[in-house]
Design a protein. Structure first.
Length: 400
């Protein structure tokens, strides 16, 4: 297909150390993976990004997939919130790593009692990974979508265990059963541990793979194992029109724009010198150099009087429904501005998110939304008492 091996004329000592680089041609490098990704999505715009990039914070309306392969993958809470918004907007994420940070684990309940956990397990007997003549083998079983036939792939292990970790769902209680319904297992190793799983989040898909070495040059060149990469990527939504992909050693969890600039020694020194100069200038010029400015009586706030006048006109017309709609519009604008929530759909999911982000209880939030929907759907008579009740509810909600 698109995988090929290049054999040099001069025999060199093989480097069996994992090199998490998009250009590494060593056995446990990832050049083949990096070259394969654009070809797995023909006709789709592809962008290779640094592993530290935060493309998910600045995306267009086109449906996209964000693919990261690294030994360790970390995101902070702000980045996880942005990733969730990315997923809720119908985009996909594929994270391939042998270690995931605390924030990701907490977000997915990974390691929480009663849910699921990632365990270390040995695929082969100790001391057998150096047997080049007869390397141990591990069989990987995949579970495609739409009831397709289960496929198996055989991986030879040499120098490194390609599957040192596995996901195990806690089946001791109802929480584990709930997680099984929310999670789709993509593939498992011989002992039943899952190494790739999929979650539906909003309108997007989150794919988690804990065995990055299964996509190394050494693994992909074995028999038809490159089909395993194709099969994992086939779980990405087929309607994506752009892919962003990254390969690297460690995806750090603090890569804001300022931290990237701060990592450069020259730029950091220039910023510190500039700040020192500003402090020195302020200290030198602390002494007053001009006459005291006389106190001027502040102007009357005519805008408040204007608002009160307009409000009284609305109230005197006794059009309570119109006043209620204006109050609702003002509240919706406040919700969109402060909580970044879409107010077009006032469903149960909206109420849950609004309750969590505003700090109001679920019952208070549900009661307020019920009043608003009754007015918008014209199923209630908006008399003075109902209008006052709506005003009190909105004020209590905003001032929480």
């Amino acid at each position: 297909m698109f995988f090929s091996a290049c054999v040099g004329k001069e025999k060199k000592k093989t480097n069996w150390t994992p090199v998490y680089s998009a250009t590494a041609t060593s056995p446990f490098g990832f050049k083949l993976f990096n070259d394969a990704i654009p070809k797995l999505f023909p006709g789709v715009k592809a962008n290779a990004m640094p592993v530290s990039n935060r493309i998910f914070t600045n995306y267009t309306s086109e449906r996209s997939v964000y693919i990261v392969l690294a030994e360790k993958i970390y995101y902070n809470e702000q980045e996880l919130w942005e990733l969730e918004e990315w997923l809720n907007s119908g985009n996909d994420i594929v994270l391939i790593g042998s270690e995931f940070g605390t924030e990701i684990s907490n977000y997915l309940y990974l390691g929480n009692p009663g849910y699921w956990r990632m365990e270390e397990h040995t695929s082969v007997a100790p001391g057998t990974l150096d047997n080049a003549a007869n390397p141990p083998k591990v069989t990987l079983h995949t579970f495609p979508e739409f009831g397709a036939t289960t496929r198996s792939y055989e991986f030879e292990l040499y120098k490194k265990d390609l599957f040192p970790n596995g996901f195990a769902i806690d089946s001791s209680g109802n929480l584990g059963d709930t997680l099984k319904r929310a999670m789709q297992v993509i593939s498992t190793v011989d002992k039943g541990y899952a190494n790739a799983v999929l979650f539906e989040v909003g309108g997007g898909r989150l794919i988690l793979v804990n065995s990055p070495l299964a996509f190394s040059n050494y693994a992909l060149l074995q028999k038809d194992n490159y089909h395993y990469l194709e099969e994992v990527m086939s779980h990405v939504n087929p309607d994506v029109s752009r892919i962003y992909y990254s390969t690297g050693g460690v995806r750090e969890n603090d890569h804001s724009n300022w931290s990237v600039i701060w990592q450069n020694k020259t730029t950091r020194t220039a910023i510190l010198l500039a700040l020192l100069g500003i402090v020195a200038y302020v200290l030198v010029n602390l002494r007053r150099k001009q006459n005291i400015i006389p106190v001027i009586k502040p102007l009357v706030n005519d805008s408040r009087s204007f608002v009160e006048t307009i409000a009284s006109l609305y109230f005197n017309k006794r059009n309570n429904r119109n006043i209620a709609q204006k109050m609702i519009q003002h509240l919706f604008e406040n919700i969109r501005t402060h909580y970044q929530l879409n107010t077009n759909e006032l469903d149960e999911a909206f109420c849950e998110k609004l309750s969590l982000r505003s700090g109001n209880s679920q019952a208070e939030t549900n009661a307020l939304i019920y009043k608003i929907k009754s007015i918008l759907e014209d199923t209630v008579i908006v008399d003075d008492k109902y209008l006052h009740s709506l005003y009190v509810s909105i004020q209590k909600f905003i001032q929480k």
